[in-house]
Design a binder for this molecule. Structure first.
Ligand SMILES: C[S@@+](CC[C@H](N)C(=O)[O-])C[C@H]1O[C@@H](n2cnc3c(N)ncnc32)[C@H](O)[C@@H]1O
Length: 272
């Protein structure tokens, strides 16, 4: 019974996340400062061989899928948001193969992919171990996962400002750096390199921050209670608390703790 409930709630959450990203598909590229930075940041880890099959997992508007298509023979963009895929299909390289699918159930053959590129996606993947198992299944032995995600510490200013107002969850739960290491350092895969850094973006006000999160489709919050109660008063009180973080120049900072990882699939993964 509990398992069924958990599965159903994962399913409902995924549908809401996909819908939220979908409704942001047209505005996404204007609010994607962080995504552009983090995605480019992975470039030095890309293999310098062209005859490879690449999967861009959670391809969004296809900005990086398009870049990958300039360097590799076969590129697949996978996303579970129909609208994101439609947008990408309309304006990106015509040779890209687009797939509407969930990262937890990748409709590709075992050992068919040379490397997976995934920029700021896996923080949305719950349960993460199932998504990782799927990535490792479709990767060839020795294949790579080159990814970024956000970890605990992200949006701590917003989190602590809300904490002074109520006990609701206003920011999604991010994994810790250590937990990510545990997820990827197993008998099936190993972390070859990783980096963790704080990226601080500046906003004119908290509404600007909220709009950017919305524009990115990053506004879906699972398990949020008392939705109806968080009215204008609560919002105003939260923004007053956020002023504690104001920089001398008067801008509002928001911290994004960015984890970048280079993971290799180990050759002997067959026991699952
Ligand atoms: C923050 S956007 C990043 C998009 C793109 N990688 C970029 O760098 O611009 C996250 C994307 O992951 C997709 N996504 C999130 N969870 C997913 C899942 N479980 N399966 C497939 N796509 C997912 C969303 O629909 C969204 O397009």
């Amino acid at each position: 019974m509990t398992i069924l409930t958990t599965k159903t709630s994962h399913h409902e959450n995924k549908a809401k996340i996909a819908e939220s990203f979908g409704s942001a598909s047209k505005s996404y590229d204007f609010s994607a400062r962080l995504q552009r930075f983090s995605g480019k940041h992975l470039m030095p880890w890309l293999p310098d061989k062209n005859d490879l099959t690449v999967l861009d997992l959670g391809s969004g508007t296809g900005f990086f899928t398009d870049l990958l298509a300039t360097g590799y023979d076969q590129v697949i963009g996978l996303d579970f948001s129909k609208k994101m895929l439609k947008f990408a299909q309309g304006c990106r390289n015509k040779n890209i193969f687009w797939l509407e699918a969930d990262a937890h159930k990748i409709p590709l053959q075992d050992e068919s992919i040379d490397f997976i590129y995934s920029n700021l996606v896996i923080q949305w993947c719950e349960p993460l171990d199932i998504a990782i198992k799927e990535m490792l299944r479709v990767l060839k032995p020795g294949g790579l996962i080159i990814f970024t995600t956000l970890v605990d510490g992200t949006l701590h200013e917003l989190k602590s400002s809300w904490k002074q107002v109520d006990d609701d969850q206003h920011v999604i739960d991010f994994k810790t750096e250590e937990q990510l290491g545990e997820y990827f350092n197993t008998d099936a895969s190993t972390v070859l390199e990783h980096k963790c850094q704080d990226i601080i973006l500046e906003y004119e006000n908290v509404i600007h921050l909220a709009r950017e999160l919305k524009g990115l489709g990053a506004n879906h919050l699972p398990k949020k209670k008392n939705r109806g109660l968080s009215g204008k008063d609560k919002w105003f009180t939260m923004t007053e608390h956020y002023k504690d973080f104001l920089e001398p120049s008067g801008v509002y900072p928001a911290t994004y703790r960015l984890y970048s990882g280079l993971v290799a699939k180990l050759n002997s993964q067959h026991e699952n």
